[in-house]
Design a protein around this ligand. Structure first.
Ligand code: FAD
Length: 325
């Protein structure tokens, strides 16, 4: 049976995050031939509608309000509940991002809906959308479906392939005005850390360093390698605890969960808490001087040796290959 599915677009610094396009693809599967509606919340976000259209939504609902400029739980929850009232969706898909993780359970609770969080794929079994999600820190996967009510899910970035964009596609865009009141918090200002570059949670290539990198300065060659590959730098908690880098780069159970196409772990032992955040990466390369390091158990390719010798050599070789192509 065809369903009406809402997909919440996530806007960061005036741009749609890639996970929004992946959510549209998931929404199309759940809709099973029905309507997929993109929802944009924020201030001055209507210009992003055409991009959502290109990635496969059938129409877009824009909700603009000064209180939606920066994310707050209260304001987003109030706005989205009003969108749900108007649209009566049978499915809702969000990214499993900081925002999705925060707001989805609250919305599901308000709607008395089930919630499947952190899905890495979705397929149809007859009329039912069946989601696959990792469990036990990525050691196993379970398949889940919602038996009744709204099909509500968050999807892990970088796992579901977005639909190839069609630049010629245009769709109806409507504005919905919402009433936002009695907020417990408002954002006065957002001060961003100047990390720049590629967003770690959506990067296709991650070059991650551990305590073996030994210093802040030791991360510079890793950044060079990441830049060369168009990727982002990440870190183990060991490296963050040692103050070699910011906790915003931490990958693992208590850091970010990532699924890049290529994960290069450098001077990282591979503790279970680190593996929880990266073991589902498509290709894992480990560089470690200890041949017994547990990281080699999950690595597709391993280099045993001193990272301070290997990383510059690898960077040089890759530069030669990339430049000659
Ligand atoms: P180490 O374990 O010290 O490993 C350093 C590695 O570098 C070693 O394998 C060594 O052989 C190698 N090395 C050293 N010098 C060189 C060299 N010159 N060349 C090549 N290799 C070299 N950790 C996370 O990463 N993310 C989390 O989210 C996280 N959450 C946690 C939550 C809890 C509740 C707890 C208890 C722990 C958590 N941890 C987490 C910590 C985790 O248990 C490990 O302590 C941490 O991952 C170790 O970081 P590391 O691999 O960089 O350091």
């Amino acid at each position: 049976m065809a369903k009406k599915v809402l997909v919440i677009g996530e806007v960061r610094e005036g741009e749609l995050r890639n996970v929004s396009f992946e959510a549209v693809a998931a929404g199309r599967t759940v809709a099973n031939g029905g309507e997929v509606i993109g929802v944009l919340l924020g201030e001055n976000v209507s210009g992003l509608s055409s991009e959502l259209a290109q990635y496969g939504v059938d129409r877009v609902v824009v909700v603009e309000h000064a209180e939606l400029k920066s994310y707050t739980t209260d304001a987003y929850q109030q706005a989205l509940l009003q969108v749900f009232d108007v649209e009566s969706p049978e499915g809702v898909i969000l990214g499993h991002t900081s925002i999705g993780k925060d707001v989805a359970p609250r919305l599901a609770m308000k709607l008395s809906a089930g919630l499947i969080s952190d899905a890495v794929s979705v397929e149809l079994d007859g009329d039912d959308a069946v989601f696959t999600r990792p469990i036990y820190s990525g050691k196993a996967f379970e398949k889940k479906k919602i038996k009744e009510g709204i099909v509500f899910a968050t999807i892990r970035p970088n796992n579901i392939t977005a639909i190839e964009p069609d630049p010629s596609k245009t769709v109806d865009v409507s504005n919905l005005s919402v009433d936002i009141k009695d907020l417990r918090t408002t954002i006065k200002d957002v001060v961003r850390k100047a990390t720049g570059g590629v967003d770690l949670s959506e990067a296709n290539v991650i070059v991650a360093g551990g305590r073996g990198v030994k210093s802040k300065e030791g991360f510079a060659p890793l950044q060079e390698l990441a830049d060369l590959l168009g990727g982002a730098v990440g870190a183990s908690r060991g490296a963050c605890d040692a103050d070699y880098c910011d906790y915003g780069l931490q990958i693992g159970q208590t850091g970010k969960v990532v699924t890049p196409d290529l994960y290069i772990a450098i001077g990282i032992s591979g503790a279970i808490q680190h593996l929880a955040g990266m073991s589902n990466s498509k290709v894992i390369v480990a560089i470690n001087k200890d041949p017994e390091a547990p990281i080699f158990e999950v690595a597709d390719y391993g280099i045993v040796g001193d990272l301070f010798e290997i990383v510059p050599l690898l960077t040089e070789e890759l530069r030669n290959v990339l430049v000659s192509n």
